[in-house]
Design a protein around this ligand. Structure first.
Ligand code: SOE
Length: 392
């Protein structure tokens, strides 16, 4: 494996390559473009945007602030002026690119879910552990960890403000596939996307359960379902090989229980991530459609005074907010990616392992695999024996 050349990395701005320029490539480009205007981060340059279509990627590079474009990601990994590789390509490419980039001594950020299969995720996590030993950092892009209100929720839970958490309800609902005539896309093919609503959006809900509670999952029972099995595509009606919706029950090591639902056919729901956390001393509520707010009920006050209060998570002392606008001047979805890039760069600058690590991505991937296994076995209970090692 190539050892990172520390002098090269610190002597000049870090060179960044971004692979993929569709939805996620655009969101990440926006973050790379504005992060240094708001946060103190190590110097970097938006060097190269990589995509398959030469004209398309050249136009996107120009629009999103990249100095140049390229179509061959392998050639980009060979370049000495590239230190960071941000992978926003479809899931089936994550493992190959990420492992090649780590082997080339590049720091790697990869979009969620970590991989398309558990085997790929295990190999990636192993490669990331080895690379970290030589100072090469890696992170998986669960961007909702960077919502200030969810950062506050995690702090309140860790401080014991809602006591012992008994149960969590997490639902991520969208409706962009509710119409059976919505066209085929790579996101509906198992070989490209790995799974459907499960990997695309339930992965966020599962990651939030792990992030908020700081716990790990020991048991999984689940059910996936595909309502529309064929959709119009280039070859006529093509088969959909992933799930439209998923339901799962998780047991955590602490004894807490979580329910997770995700759907891309929930008519009327555009991008609704709702989280409810119930403890023996209080409760928390979050809704992505009001992402600057956190609902908090303190059950330690006299019952006649109890009720959910709405915290506008927009004060300088809240996570990330001090870098933005004066209090009350709220932020949005795209800011979560800016925070993600900020944290990734800060970890590279300080030489500490960023979070969520590939091991954290692997922990989610184990749950995704267990949900599919459980569903295939008619909602059987799957024990997650192998816990991801602490501190890896
Ligand atoms: C990005 O975080 C992301 O998970 C996308 O990949 C999904 O497709 C989107 O709907 C939610 O956000």
């Amino acid at each position: 494996m190539t050892m990172p050349d520390e002098s090269r990395i610190t002597d000049r701005p870090l060179g960044v390559a971004l692979i993929g320029y569709a939805f996620m490539g655009k969101a990440h480009s926006n973050a790379w473009r504005n992060v240094a205007s708001y946060f103190d981060v190590p110097a970097f340059e938006q060097k190269v945007l990589v995509g398959r279509d030469p004209a398309g990627v050249a136009a996107a590079a120009d629009k999103y602030g990249w100095s140049e474009s390229a179509t061959d990601w392998r050639a980009v990994l060979d370049r000495d002026d590239i230190d960071i590789v941000d992978i926003c390509a479809p899931g089936f490419m994550h493992a190959e690119i990420a492992m090649a980039a780590l082997a080339a001594g590049k720091h790697v950020l990869v979009e969620k879910p970590l991989a398309n299969t558990l085997a790929e995720a295990e190999a990636m996590a192993e490669a990331a552990r080895e690379a970290r030993a030589s100072g090469v950092q890696s992170m998986v892009g669960f961007n909702y960890r960077r919502v200030p209100a969810l950062g506050l929720a995690r702090e309140l839970i860790a401080e014991g403000r809602i006591g012992t958490v008994r149960h969590v309800r997490a639902a991520y609902l969208q409706d962009w596939l509710a119409d059976p005539e919505s066209p085929m896309s790579w996101r509906l093919k198992r070989e490209a996307a790995g799974s459907g609503a499960l990997g695309d959006i339930a992965s966020h809900a599962i990651d939030q359960v792990l992030f908020l509670l700081g716990d790990h999952i020991t048991e999984v029972s689940g059910r996936t379902h595909t309502f529309t099995t064929h959709r119009p595509g280039a070859q006529g009606r093509e088969e959909v090989t992933v799930d439209d919706a998923v339901w799962a029950t998780l047991t955590l090591a602490s004894g807490a229980i979580a329910s997770v639902e995700a759907s891309r056919v929930a008519t009327g729901q555009k991008n609704s991530l709702k989280l409810e956390i119930y403890g023996d001393k209080g409760s928390l509520l979050f809704d992505l459609e009001d992402l600057n707010e956190l609902g908090f009920l303190d059950a330690t006050v006299p019952v006649r005074e109890q009720g959910f209060r709405r915290i506008l998570v927009n004060e300088p002392e809240h996570p990330y907010i001090g870098a933005w606008w004066p209090q009350g001047h709220i932020i949005g979805w795209e800011h979560t990616f800016t925070h993600e890039i900020r944290d990734f760069l800060a970890a590279i600058g300080s030489g500490t392992g960023p979070s969520p690590s590939f091991d954290d991505g692997l922990a989610v991937q184990r749950v995704l695999a267990a949900v599919e296994e459980s569903s295939a076995a008619k909602s059987a209970l799957i024990q997650l024996a192998s816990r991801v090692r602490e501190g890896d």
